[in-house]
Ligand binder design. Structure first.
Ligand code: NDP
Ligand code: BG6
Length: 513
């Protein structure tokens, strides 16, 4: 409530100018926010959405009058929903004494309505229940589509026709995947826009809600020392690396239709790249930031088969434990060529980044879990200490690492004199390790994004033109990979991934960090 109040005080243009009612004061006796999680019986709702809403409630960030409705086909009573939800709630933020009490209060504000996703009548029944809870106040309604993408449009149609807010705003959070290529994504956008304005659609990419991704702009634009270095003049290459130490476990059915490029690269890594490489926005306003992101995405070269390599994990036995291969998943066809690993080289054809390779690497079932950005700087011209490094000058270049997860950190690799007589240098880190610097636990990405959606803050959500630009970079190469049935290089579960990724990097004179 504190944060909402501040936001409301600082915005509030006249209501008639607000397309979706942004800026309404939720904290008056007079207004309420109803959050409906469509697909509430599913994995994401249990794992992320309900826990994030509880964390917001616990922190006092939800408005005074709110209710949360689960909606799905499964039959459940309110009490059963509460039992289901309570299993995944934790007092993550801190273990203050009143956590159990808060949890109980939160659960009492959670309700359930069973219905079909394509039934206007069932959504009308939901509308009736929502109205009872809104008790005549100004109603603001947020729908979170946590369902498979083939039913997005049905659900949006029914929600907008039968259950949109009568006198406040209606917003819809849409989960990825937003299509599987340019064509299907454009078709999805067109269908959604039959029922919603662009302003009402909040396309979520949860990587944008991660603390260190949000911090990228702060690092660049509020520190004098970084922005002047942020160009081809000083930066040799940039790497965006995502790895998971587990396979598709349980999501093979979904994954096989998408693959790692669509699942991670085209959205999570590309979004980070856009934030990393964009020009300085006019302001921190959502539209100004998104304008710059679109500009940089449009300056990028469309990928070809030469720019990408793919892999797929196979089963492995280590230390007496057998790890399954991708195609051992029952929901995956035995002859599937779907990549579970990919590495790609991207280029931005603008004056700032001309010729700088932006490398991406993403894989499942690798040796570790992590996500990081690595910025490798150029050699020091005429380096006085050249001899000290021998022939491998690459070892002497500076590197800035932004570790998004786990163990969030920002560190800069510098050359330093080893203390003592004589002159020996080594590489040391100037290290900002979040756990050591900040005692408070970092909120989950979904908390930030849900709060932003409630507040009408669109900065961290994807606009439709960003989405178009992102798809047009990857669609041709994805089509070619599929049409030519390119065979992935197989790598053992738990390994460092296929060797071919090193060849790709070497072609661009890059060594993975
Ligand atoms: P689920 O497969 O668990 O589906 C959610 C709910 O949708 C189910 O509980 C089920 O509810 C209903 N449902 C499932 N399949 C169908 C179907 N074929 N037809 C109609 N209804 C169906 O999905 P998740 O919760 O894993 O994900 C939800 C959305 O979020 C998806 O778009 C997914 O791509 C995206 N996502 C998920 C992530 C995750 O970690 N799980 C991460 C990032 C994005 P019921 O039968 O009760 O109606
Ligand atoms: C999702 C992908 O978007 O992100 C999953 O669909 C992946 O395949 C997940 O596991 C990773 O998210 P996080 O936040 O756990 O790194």
């Amino acid at each position: 409530a504190k944060k909402l109040k501040e936001a409301v005080l600082s915005v509030s243009p006249p209501l008639q100018e607000q397309k979706d009612g942004a800026g309404l004061d939720f904290n008056t006796e007079n207004s309420t926010v109803s959050i409906t999680i469509v697909g509430a019986s599913g994995d994401l709702a249990k794992k992320k959405i309900f826990p994030a809403l509880f964390a917001l409630y616990y922190e006092g960030c939800l408005p005074e009058h709110f209710s949360i409705f689960g909606y799905a086909r499964s039959k459940m009573t309110d009490a059963e929903l509460r039992v289901m939800v309570s299993r995944t709630l934790t007092c993550r933020i801190d273990k203050r004494e009143n956590c159990d009490e808060k949890m109980e209060q939160f659960l009492q504000r959670c309700f359930y309505h069973s219905g079909q996703y394509d039934s206007q009548e069932h959504f009308r029944d939901l509308d009736r229940k929502l109205k009872e809870h809104e008790a005549g106040r100004v109603s603001n309604r947020l729908f979170y589509l946590s369902i498979p993408p083939n039913i997005f449009v049905d659900a949006v149609k029914c929600a907008s026709v039968s259950a949109s807010a009568a006198n406040g705003w209606t917003r819809v959070i849409v989960e990825k995947p937003f299509g599987r290529d340019s064509e299907s994504s454009a078709a999805l956008t067109k269908s959604l826009k039959q029922y919603l304005d662009e302003d009402q659609i909040f396309r979520i990419d949860h990587y944008l809600g991660k603390e260190l991704v949000e911090n990228l702009s702060v690092l660049r634009f509020s520190n004098l020392i970084f922005e002047p270095l942020w160009s081809r003049q000083y930066i040799r290459n940039v790497q965006f690396i995502f790895s998971e130490n587990f396979g598709t476990e349980g999501r093979g059915g979904y994954f096989d239709n998408y693959g790692i490029v669509r699942d991670i690269m085209q959205n999570h890594l590309l979004q980070i790249l856009a934030l990393f490489a964009m020009e300085t926005p006019v302001s921190l306003d959502a539209e100004d930031i998104r304008n710059e992101k679109v500009k940089v995405l449009r300056s990028m070269r469309t990928l070809t088969l030469d720019d990408i390599v793919i892999g797929q994990y196979k089963g492995d036995t280590r230390g007496g434990v057998t790890y399954p291969g991708y195609i051992d998943d029952n929901t995956v066809p035995k002859d599937s060529l779907t990549p579970t690993f990919a590495a790609a080289a991207l280029f931005i054809d603008n004056p700032r980044w001309d010729g700088v390779p932006f490398l991406m690497k993403a894989g499942k079932a690798l040796h570790k879990r992590g996500a990081e950005i690595r910025v490798q700087f150029r050699h020091v011209p005429g380096n006085l200490y050249k001899k000290t490094f021998g022939t491998d000058l690459d070892q002497a270049t500076n590197e800035l690492v932004i570790r998004v997860q786990p163990d969030e950190a920002i560190y800069l690799k510098i050359n330093n004199k080893v203390p003592g007589l004589g002159m020996r240098l080594d590489r040391s880190n100037l290290n900002l390790l979040y756990a050591a610097r900040y005692s408070k636990e970092i909120p989950d990405a979904y908390e930030r994004l849900l709060l932003d959606a409630i507040e009408g803050e669109r900065r961290l959500f994807i606009r439709s033109d960003e989405l178009d630009a992102a798809w047009s970079l990857f669609t041709p190469v994805l089509k070619e990979i599929e049409e030519k049935k390119v065979t992935p290089e197989y790598y053992p579960y738990g390994s460092r991934g296929p060797v071919i990724a090193h060849y790709l990097a070497a072609r661009h004179k890059v060594r993975w960090g």
